[in-house]
Design a protein around this ligand. Structure first.
Ligand code: GAL
Length: 355
């Protein structure tokens, strides 16, 4: 049995591009502890009690900035921007003007480009007992995107075992934006084998099928009769290895499920029968990228000294749809000067006997 603990402050004291990095910790009265770093405005650890009362760190990640910088997988727990997920051919048009982005994923632009928000040292703005604000100003033209974009990400840990993430952004020039957090969860604890026994429940009636470049083909299609139907609780192992064109293209689940729930209702949940820990997601975003860690290579050694192979975690990335700038039918990702981009997601943890 692994005894999970938080990383040490001193292992996050470092300098990147001349800016100092740090570790920050929030705790609540029920014993939950969450660690963050300003490098990538990312979540580092999420310690929650399991059904036996032992703390488990349910988030994949590393013990030091050094390890984050060396990691094979760059996105652990990070804020993703300016544009989460893929933009086909690394280009889009706004008001007739063509913008060209770096193609860092085959012919796509992925997660804001190689020097996306996950690589920036964010400023910590204010701190309250249970809240932390990270702020970053992305200059006009950064990674090919127009407009000076000011972004604030506020994390709050509630007494209800919730991590709330609020995003706020403003621009001085018309632009596109899609922000998310790339938390990799394993509800048995990071480094604790695969997540195939986890039971998922997602009320989405529709999902976005993808082409061979992992770009949504067109409109959402009904999940009815597909392997993407999680409207009744379903173990991840049930369908994930089935012979299916969509699963082949994603190398497993790596698809947007269309969120049909208001912010007050659970948009997705996952439960581990072993730890008894359940994660509930509430969001204002129109989509949830269900990603089953298919591309995790096993090269990264995590916080408790154990490797992170394929399917050793899952992500519920709440976001707008991939490639939206090139698809006029998708909910708009355009941000105009004078408008505010506001979005909120809650990751809530609880203990259950069954799903
Ligand atoms: C996910 C994406 C995957 C993969 C991963 C990063 O958001 O859906 O295809 O790129 O990020 O390794």
């Amino acid at each position: 049995m692994v005894i999970y603990s938080l990383p040490r402050y001193q292992d996050f004291e470092h300098k990147i591009d001349g800016k100092k990095t740090h570790l920050f910790i929030l705790r609540n009265r029920t014993g939950m502890q969450v660690a963050f770093t300003d490098y990538g405005a990312r979540i580092v650890s999420i310690l929650v009690p399991d059904k036996a009362g032992n703390l488990r760190d349910v988030l994949l990640g590393f013990n030091s900035i050094h390890d984050y910088l060396q990691a094979d997988e760059q996105y652990h727990g990070a804020t993703i921007g300016r544009f989460a997920n893929r933009i086909a051919h690394g280009s889009f048009q706004l008001d007739g003007e063509k913008y060209t982005l770096q193609q860092n994923n085959g012919r796509n632009s992925l997660h804001g480009g190689a020097t996306g928000f996950h690589t920036k040292v964010w400023d910590r703005r204010t701190s309250f007992k249970n809240k932390i604000d990270f702020c970053y100003i992305s200059p006009d033209g950064e990674e090919g995107f127009p407009g000076n974009l000011k972004v604030t990400v506020t994390y709050e840990l509630t007494e209800n075992n919730e991590i709330s993430i609020k995003y706020l952004a403003e621009t001085d020039k018309k632009t596109v934006i899609n922000l998310t957090n790339h938390a990799y969860f394993n509800l048995d604890g990071e480094g604790h084998g695969d997540v195939l026994d986890h039971i998922l429940h997602i009320p989405a009636d529709h999902f976005l099928p993808i082409d061979e470049h992992q770009i949504p083909i067109d409109q959402p299609v009904p999940v009815e009769g597909t392997l993407f139907d999680f409207r009744s609780p379903k173990r991840l192992s049930t369908d994930i290895t089935k012979d299916d064109e969509q699963l082949r293209r994603g190398n497993g689940y790596d698809h947007t499920l269309v969120n049909n729930q208001p912010f007050s209702k659970i948009a997705a949940s996952a439960f581990s029968p072993h730890s008894g820990i359940r994660l509930e997601v509430l969001t204002t975003e129109p989509g949830i990228q269900l990603y089953t860690g298919n591309f995790l290579s096993g090269k990264d050694i995590g916080k408790s000294g154990r490797p992170y192979p394929s399917r050793s975690a899952f992500c519920f990335e709440t976001q707008h749809y991939p490639n939206s700038p090139n698809n006029p039918h998708f909910p708009s990702v355009v941000l105009e000067p004078g408008d505010r981009w506001e979005s909120e997601t809650i990751y809530r943890f609880c203990i259950k006997k069954e799903m």
